[in-house]
Each structure stands twice: as structure tokens, then as C-alpha cells.
Design a protein around this ligand. Sequence first.
Ligand code: ZN
Length: 712
Amino acid sequence: MPRYLLTAALPYANGPIHIGHLAGCYLPADVFHRYLKAKGEDAILICGTDEHGVAITLQARKEGVTPQELVDKNFKVIHQAFEGLGIVFTHFSRTSREIHHREAQAFFLNLYNKGFLRENTTSQFYDPVAGTFLADRYLVGTCPHCGFDGAYGDQCEKCGTSLSPDELHSPRSVLSGSVPEKRETNNWFLPMDEMLNLPEFARYTERIARWKSNVKGQFNSWVQQGLQPRSMTRDLDWGVKVPLEGAEGKVLYVWFDAPIGYLSATKEYMELQGNPEGWRAYWESEDARLIHFIGKDNIVFHTLIFPMMLAAHGQMVLPWQVPANEFMNLEGRKLSTSRGWAVWLHEYLQDVPGREDELRYTLLCNLPETKDADFSWQDYQLRVNSELVAILGNFVNRVMVLTHKLSNGQCGELPPEDPSTAHGSLSLELASARKEIRLAMEQFRLREAMAGVIHLARLGNRYLADTEPWKLLKTDSEAASRVLRVAAELCAELCIALEPFLPFTSARLGGQLQWQISDQDREGWWNTGLGGAIGSSESRAFYLSNGHRLGEAALLFTPIEDEFIQAQVNKLSPMNDPKPENAPQLENDSKPKNDSQTEAAMKPEVSYDQFAALDLRIATILSAQSVPGADKVLEIKVSLGFEQRTVVSGIAQHFQPEALVGKQVLMLTNLAPRKIRGIVSQGMLLMAENPQGQLVLVGPTDNGILSGDRVS
Ligand SMILES: [Zn+2]
């Protein structure tokens, strides 16, 4: 019997979880895990927070806390949000734990001793002011592909291209803003070009032929591009220390240590279970099936680099499937956490307690399984109101209310099998619908499976429309009783079928039916009850018994009001929200919402004296950082040449703080100082709004103007 080891990409502990993360891997992993458990399979789902890497240290700097404080806070927020949405892991760990550091170091040494990690000296960017090498995101510059000035040393977030530090134009340090120099340093490289030929790895690649085409495509294109040795260590102090002599001040590359987190978390779980060797059954056994649930940005690490590491390590299973998803967009635009274009899970759970399954359902219906997909609040409302309320909720409610009306909620007898009746055709249709749901699940087509379950309720509604039990109640109560018993059986069946997808609804429905699913019913439905009709000998004959009394009828779902949808949409766009909470008078507050070029946007005339009273100068931005607890403002230090000033500016949704460093900007210097978010702001930075609603700097570009020069 196979043993399933499911993993969900370790969420990065630099911020909370949004719907893009959920649709990418966490919801599919949870649904698939619940499905396997329902089938009676041996399956565990392993996850935890990824707490290393430069993006953590940068975010900690921005928030003015230590990296450890940052990851402690985010671990809690992330873990609680998952639990709130019913995403249940067998074990949820963290890569900052001691067991992980120990395991990652042992893994590194294993590969090192086998000759798979080779020391090499290269020249890397070094910040002489900060006295440190500039790994990955410590380096920013201009993207050679799209010209975006603010691309990182490893990736341009504007166009999505992955970069190497040497490709950036005019690179500078995020830490000090200074121009970096090149210095030599030694690191340890994985010879990926040679590792392609490891027999274990070569055997594994045969499996990829039957994987999803987006996954196969990325894997093949990486291999065809030609693989290069890749550094697995970094000159940093936050992370897992490189366990070698002469490697002081170096840590493992975050993408080397993070996937080992799946292994260390499994070991930690088994230790807690009092079965310290138990992990071997999932990581070393022939029967083990390792399935990675991830988003498309992680495909290369999970199909190429980590499998190579496992193959080199020896004795380990390599991935059996990697059902990676594409990206989820929001209201037709790419999700952007820095611009506030995201729906955060912890906020959703706070805003609408008790509507967990409504979000699960909308995401499951739109999973980006084969291509990028879109989440919109209008679609959310439509799916809840016209599918969950009108199809599923309505069916269950009619059965409950009518059964109470007829017989105080007591179930009657099942009718005999007869293919010529409405019951007979319902049975036939259910049989093929069940088959499709199961087939879709086996092939990781969760979206179709979800639609299939709602189709069961649709068939139920059609059966009620064909048999009209509300009329039979008055004319033939025995016939009405048989019809309602069939429908009640379908409610019980829905309870089973909904469980992996909408667990809260399944539990509420079970409560209404006063019926609990047994393991036998679950396994029977998901494994073998495929061809049978309700009440036939082929499947479970029935779930309820003659005379079983149903509980009180209650609505499973209530409609979503327009006001709620409007409030959620407004929340997304800072441009539609001119006065955010405790908003100080900020530059962009006074801007018109839409077209700033229209005449309507012109302000009243001023006198020359009023104009001359303004002290406008050129300032150079020395540093910019976010203000804890305020997501719209940045604290910016500027130089006027003769003095330095601090300004609080409401531009956090428009600029990466590090991209502002070194830029010249127009500044109104004699605006009366005022306290904003506890910081005294000594002036105002002036910007323009482009047609897309983004703020842009208006200022000189290297035309010899110096800080403090007057503008008139
Ligand atoms: Zn770019």
C-alpha cells in the first residue's frame, strides 16, 4: 500500500498569507490530503514557515525589529490564519528550529563528503560602507530587460525575470545606498550539470512525462538552457551556518535549506509522536509517494534542485508528483503586496467570521491549475449567491423543511429500484457524476471535482422538481415520504463528498441531518461506491435508517450583500480611499481621484506673494523605510546639502523604499512641521501622478543640480 508524503511550499515568514498563496498550493494540498484520508490512505501533510533569506532581514530592517522577532510574529499570524480556514497540516514547523538547523547541516555535510559541494572563489558585490557582501536582495539596480530601477540582485519584480547580480545596471547597496565594489569570496557550489546524470535522478525524470504540462515545460526549458554549477552558500549572518571550517560568516542558501524543512519537520513530528524512526517510512521506503504542492515560481527548486540533492544524498525518495499551479490574479491585475493589491486571509477571517467555506469554494472554482486565473469580489458574490445558496443550500433546505412538514423530520422507507422512475434516472446520473469526481481527484483536477460535487446537489434539485414532493404531501403522503427519503440520502452523500472541499459545510450539514460519517461510509464512497445507485446493492445501501429523525432545518449559506462586496473592493485600492484611518494631510490626499489633467482638478488662483512665500528646493533621499503599523507612509531622510531633514510621506503604496535611495526630489521645505505617526515631518516631497494612478518622482535626472538648490 502506498504511503503519501504531501508537502505544501513553506510559506515565507516575511508577511502574512493572501489568496494567491492559498490558490497556489495551500488549499489544493489541504483538499488532496483530506481526500486521501477519506479514502483511507496513509497520508501526511507537512509544512512550516521558511524563516531564512535576505527578504526576511530586509523586512525586519524595514519594520525596525530583529529577524527573529519578525519571524516569531509571522509564524503565529500564518499558522492561525491557516487554522482559521480549515487548512490542517499533520505537522507545521519552522526552519528556525534547532532540529532543522541540525538536519540541514547534516544534509549539507552528506553532500559535501560525497564531493557534491565544491568550494570555488568568485568575486561578489561588496558594500564597503556596511562592510558586508550583498547577497540576492541586498543589491538593487536597473533591470536590463524592462528598465525598472529597483530590480533585485536575484529577480526583477516588475517583469518577473530572474537575474544574476552582474546583469543589473547601476547596482547599489540596499543597506547604505552606496555603490558596491567587487571582492573575492569563497562559496560552495552544486555541480548541477554533472548531477543530471546521477542514475537516481535520471530514473526520476522519466516520471515527469506524465506531469502537468506547465511543470514539464519549465523543467525541460531549464535543462535545455544548460545547467551551471550553482552556489549553495551565502555571505550572510541570518540562516543555517555552513558547517565547515573556514566558513565563518556564511550560511546555507535559503533554497538549499528550505526544502530540507520538509524532512526536518517530518522528523520533528515523528519524534513528538514517540516514533523517532517513523520518518523513514515516508522518506526512504519504496512505497512512499512524495507530492509537492507549490506555485509556479517554485517549480525549478522542486523539480530540479531539491530532487538532485535527494538523489545525491542517497536512499531518499524523489518526487512522485509536483502538481504546481499557476498564479491567481486579483480583479484582473497581478497581486502585489507592496502596492496593497491583495486579499489577506487573516483580514478576511476577521471581516466575515463563519464564511470560511465561501472563500474556499470561490478559490477552488477558480484554481489556476492550467493557466493564470482571476479572483474578483463580484465572482465571489455570484458563486456564493447563485451556487452555494441557490443550488446546494436550497436543495438541503427543501429536503429538511419538507421532511419536517410531512413527518416531523422522520425518514420514511426507500423506494424499490426501478429504472423507469425519476428515482431510477437520478441513480444513473449520480453514478456517472461520482465517477467523474473521483477521476478528477486522481488527476489533480480539483476545480472539476469541486464543480462535480455541486452538480450532485443540482441533480437533487432536478429530482425534487420532477417528483414535486410538496404536491405529493397533500395527495400521496407515502409517495412523498419515499421521495424525501431518497433526497435525504443524497444530503448524507453530499456530506461525504463535500468534506475534503468545504469541511465546515460538511460538518454543519451532518449536524442538521443528525448523522455522523463513519470511516466505512467515507472509504466506501470515495473508493467503491462508484457505479451503484442509492439503495442498490452495488454501493452502500443507505446512510440513514428507516425512522431516522433529522435535526432542525437551518440555512447552510446566506446571500452576500452588495455593500460587503463594495467595501472589499474599496479596501483594495488606496486611490479610492482619500482619508485612510487617522490620515494626516499627505501629499496624495489632495489629489483628484482620476484624471489629474482635467480642468476640474485646477485649484483657485494664488498671488505672486503667496507663491514666493514657498521655499521649494531639490533634496536627495538618503534613506527610506516603512513605519511600523502604518502601511501607507514611509519615513524618509533627505539631504538639502546644508542640512538633513526627516519627512513622513504617504507614498508607501507606490515605491519600494530601497528604490528611492539616492533619488533627487522636489521638496517644499518651509511647510510647518507636523507630527505624523509619532514622527515629526519637516517638509513635503512633491510628486506627480501618472495616468495609471501611480505616483512618480518629478525632479532632475543627473543634470548637475545639487541638493539644496532653489527652485523658482
Ligand atoms: Zn525587469
